[in-house]
Write a protein that binds this ligand. Structure first.
Ligand SMILES: [Ca+2]
Length: 516
């Protein structure tokens, strides 16, 4: 919108900020123009300029100025100094946890022993989602779907990036358009930051600061040592495209601190910001990332163990995992407190989700996360892999303490961000996301006819209350009524053959839409 940009440039030149300077003498305007020059001289100069350039009488100046202020009120407010948050475009904060289980949080599973007071509070301040799906049950692919608004079969990144070569390769196609790139095209372009796990390619041209983010502190790979930041034998922590050495600092806190610093700085400016905060926690530890002979155990700060009532050398993996999730929760609490401290909480859309369900592969000491009561977990298309803990907060718009059961999914975040920013979706891209704001703000019914999932040999389709699932390509579909049977215990494929066929047909319809 060139007109708004032009006005902002003029305002910047004459150093006008809001709110409220009562231009005495400009009688006849019930609600005075909301401008405040930084000095009386500038005010007089500005008034003279208006009078001179318009060659009109003082009374006409009133009318002229009122019209000007009215016509450009949004731009005047957008040019504010942060105290005008009620009307400037909302900031956007997307936080993802890594492999956090649906049943790890007490607000989803009362049997969980893990304390997450900050996420619990977040749920009471906004909406807790019980029908939210990630579009893929694995790290790399889940992130690509979130950032592109498209399913894997459309954006092409259908598998986990493997090894150093995979994680430092091209990864996601450079033709794909990411959320931050769209936000840069908004009438008021967003400043953008990414802090945490990237995991969709780190070759030249693939890195966050080359894909729409102004700032990045994080790692390329799918997992890293929480303290020494190694992926396999490679150091894997970056500031922009440069290596960053912060060995000895806990990765969760590095990423939270970076996001906090970004939000503090950007909240002082006139432009809205977008912060993407993909924590690596609580991803399971990996023996291949150890370089100093350490045991491959869950890593958490000493204070987190202490807060949970355990010694730092606690040997029980369940208890160690508890400290990992607790420290993540504390970090999220610090991030959310920053919104309060900077006065931006009321004008920031916050979305939290786990990138996929906890892994339930029976690996001793590693698969201790819980997806209770859902079936199975990460890398499968059972509910435990796909339906994830998620929450959304947007004060005065999303009802506090609400629970939203309507199904929607991670590709919907791209159209949500686009809408919030008043940006336009590219018209030549087939998106799988649909604007979820009617669901979040008004508890409207989901506008999705169905949801398509496919990862390796696993596949599923959810349509209304029904879902078909198979874990081998040549196996027959199983059919479940998710509303009656959320744990997928009763296969109804035989007793409801027509329903199973209807969903299978829809699965085929999806496939036709991306197979050429
Ligand atoms: Ca993950």
């Amino acid at each position: 919108m060139p007109l708004i940009r032009m006005l902002k440039a003029v305002l910047k030149k004459v150093r006008l900020v809001i709110p409220v300077f009562r231009l005495d003498g400009f009688v006849g305007v019930d609600s005075p123009p909301t401008v405040r020059p930084t000095s009386r001289e500038q005010a007089l100069s500005f008034i003279k300029w208006i009078k001179h350039s318009a060659r009109i009488t003082a009374s006409r100046v009133c009318v002229y100025f009122a019209l000007l202020a009215g016509a450009f009120a949004p731009a005047l407010l957008l040019a504010g100094d942060g105290s005008s948050d009620a009307v400037r475009p909302s900031n956007i904060l997307i936080i993802t946890a890594d492999n956090l289980g649906y049943g790890d949080l007490q607000c989803y599973n009362s049997k969980s022993k893990i304390r997450t007071p900050n996420l619990d509070r977040f749920a009471t301040q906004g909406a807790r989602l019980t029908g939210f799906y990630t579009a893929s049950p694995t790290c790399t692919v889940s992130r690509a779907c979130l950032l592109t608004g498209r399913i894997p079969q459309r954006h092409g990144l259908t598998n986990q990036l493997g090894g150093v070569a995979g994680n430092y390769g091209v990864g996601l196609s450079h033709d794909e358009i990411l959320i931050p790139q769209i936000l840069k095209t908004a009438p008021t372009p967003y400043t953008t930051g990414c802090f945490g796990k990237w995991n969709i390619g780190f070759a030249q041209g693939s890195r966050p600061t080359e894909r729409g983010f102004d700032e990045f502190i994080g790692h390329a790979s799918g997992n890293l040592d929480y303290y020494f930041h190694n992926y396999r034998q490679k150091h894997d922590l970056y500031h922009g495209t440069d290596e960053l050495h912060r060995e000895g600092e806990y990765s969760t806190d590095i990423f939270a601190d970076a996001a906090i610093d970004f939000m503090r700085r950007k909240s002082k400016t006139a432009d809205p910001w977008f912060c993407y905060l993909p924590f690596n926690s609580p991803h399971f530890p990996t023996a291949g990332n150890k370089t100093r002979g350490e045991a491959n155990v869950w890593q958490a700060p000493g204070w987190a163990f202490e807060a949970c009532g355990y010694p730092p050398d606690e040997s029980n993996p369940d208890k160690r995992y508890e400290a990992v999730v607790y420290s993540l929760d504390v970090a999220i609490g610090r991030v959310l407190s920053t919104l309060d401290q900077t006065g931006t909480a009321d004008n920031t859309f916050v979305f939290f989700m786990s990138d996929n369900g906890a892994f339930r592969l029976n690996r001793k000491g590693l698969d201790v996360g819980s997806n209770e009561p859902l079936r199975h977990g990460g890398v499968t298309c059972w509910e435990g892999g796909l339906r994830v803990a998620a929450m959304a907060r947007w004060p005065t718009r999303i009802k506090p303490g609400s629970v939203i059961t309507q199904p929607f999914w991670s590709p919907d975040l791209l159209p949500a961000c686009t809408k919030i920013a008043d940006a336009a979706l590219p018209t030549d891209v087939k998106f799988d996301g649909k604007d979820p704001l009617p669901i979040l703000l008004n508890n409207a019914p989901s506008s999705h006819k169905s949801f398509y999932f496919e990862y390796r040999s696993h596949a599923a389709l959810r349509m209304s209350d029904w879902k078909i699932v198979r874990d081998k390509q040549n196996r027959a579909w199983q059919l479940f009524n998710i509303a009656d049977d959320p744990v997928e215990a009763r296969d109804l494929a035989t007793s409801h053959q027509n329903k199973a066929a209807e969903l299978a047909d829809d699965f085929a319809r999806w496939q036709k839409s991306f197979q050429h």
